[in-house]
Design a protein around this ligand. Structure first.
Ligand code: PLP
Length: 395
């Protein structure tokens, strides 16, 4: 069989490989505590489900404009104005089935073969994969423990070359939960303006912030016109399976992205967009209580991990992930790296986490070992997982 070259640039997501292994173990009768997959364990709030059902009954079951229906784009524009403090018009909004297509479309529309894209490292693995698919060159921007899992601005400046075309940011950050300071973002903004760079700002975990607001680079002077804000409903409203996301981006780029949507998926399901309006314009107490619960789980998990032998775990400022340094634990257990740690922990203790290698290529000189815990699971299961991990480490 002959395939186009470009398919070999695409990578899978190792999170899904771990998920199938967990499912296999469960089918074989093992009880596994999973901290692996990054998905809310809550169901979609009732009023959002009701709006989706009503929309089907009212026959919102036809094609829509590719960029999304106007009332939804208006609601998104109001939401982004409210949360980022910038003016947004509905023709600067494109709706997509999930937020992932924004990565695809944004990168395909802005990155030429050979262009360099600075991308968080560790980072959401789709970034590297899509940059390569577009013919671009991913340049890892280390997000480091010493900077509370933001980046060092000097390192950032050093990595920008005449070939740099885009900077990809993600705060709160998957997998570390890190949040950049306004000064860090200002450093990126200054270079982006000077060198005429695009910024793709993945803000999908924006609402899950535990230590105050998360600043958006789009709100800094001269940045809205060069920023693609990626956001969506999967995490905030526990709507992963509905597939609903959006971009806020300059009008001209919005037109190109819309053409990509037309040529690929045509549009996002009409009734799903109606549910999206209910999510944004309806009561927000479900979001508030989910975030409060994530915060309590974060404290439960991180306070305990910090007392475990060989583990160092900062309290993340956002998202629902904790990124624990297990370098010393690996040494004590006699395992070579975090991947071997992940496998041993799953097989021997029945606890699933994701190791560093699930989040893109390692940085030059990176010598610490980390695993990601997703704490979007009940406090009872977290407590059980912690009990097993302590036993595993103290054996
Ligand atoms: N960006 C980040 C950082 C994510 O973690 C995810 C999902 O895990 C996405 C984007 C994609 O979200 P969606 O499921 O809405 O496509």
């Amino acid at each position: 069989m002959r395939f186009a070259e470009r398919v070999f640039a695409l990578q899978g997501e190792s999170a899904f490989d771990v998920l199938s292994k967990v499912q296999r173990m469960e089918r074989d009768g093992r009880d596994v505590v999973s901290f692996a997959i990054g998905e809310p364990d809550f169901d979609t709030p009732e009023h959002i489900k009701a709006a989706g059902i009503r929309a089907i009954e009212e026959n919102h079951t036809h094609y829509t404009p590719s960029a999304g229906i106007l009332p939804f784009r208006e609601a998104i524009a109001r939401y982004v104005e409210r949360t980022r403090g910038i003016d947004v018009s509905p023709d600067e909004v494109v709706v997509t089935p999930g937020a992932k297509p924004i990565l695809f479309c944004g990168i395909l529309c802005c990155v030429n073969p050979g262009d360099e894209v600075l991308t968080p490292s560790p980072g959401f693995p789709t970034y590297e994969s899509v940059i390569r698919y577009a013919g671009g060159v991913p340049v890892p921007l280390p997000f480091v423990e010493e900077k509370n899992f933001s980046f060092d601005t000097e390192t950032f400046r050093r990595l920008v070359t005449p070939k740099t075309r885009m900077v990809l940011l993600n705060f709160p950050h998957n997998p570390t939960g890190g949040v950049a300071s306004r000064e860090d973002l200002e450093a990126v903004a200054a270079i982006a303006r000077e060198k005429d760079l695009w910024v793709l700002s993945d803000e999908i975990y924006r609402e899950m912030a535990y230590e105050g607001d998360v600043p958006s680079i789009a709100s800094l002077p001269g940045m809205k016109e060069r920023t693609i804000i990626l956001d969506g409903f999967s995490k905030t409203y526990a709507m992963t399976g509905w597939r609903l996301g959006f971009a806020v981006l300059p009008r001209e780029l919005a037109a190109h992205v819309t053409k990509l949507v037309t040529n690929s998926v045509s549009c996002t399901a009409a009734f799903v967009q109606m549910a999206g309006i209910a999510a944004l314009e309806g009561p927000q107490d479900a979001v508030r209580s989910m975030v409060a619960e994530y915060r309590a789980r974060r404290d439960l998990l991180c306070d305990a991990l910090a007392t475990f032998p060989g583990v160092v775990c900062q309290k993340p400022r956002g998202a629902f992930y904790a990124y624990a340094n297990v370098t010393e634990a690996c040494r004590r257990l006699g395992v070579s790296d975090s991947r071997a740690f992940q496998e041993k922990l799953l097989e021997e203790a029945g606890v699933a986490v994701l190791s560093r290698n699930c989040f893109g290529s390692r940085n030059v000189g990176e010598d610490q070992e980390y695993v990601r815990f997703c704490y979007a699971t009940s406090r009872e299961r977290i407590a059980e997982g912690l009990r097993r991990i302590r036993e595993f480490l103290e054996k």
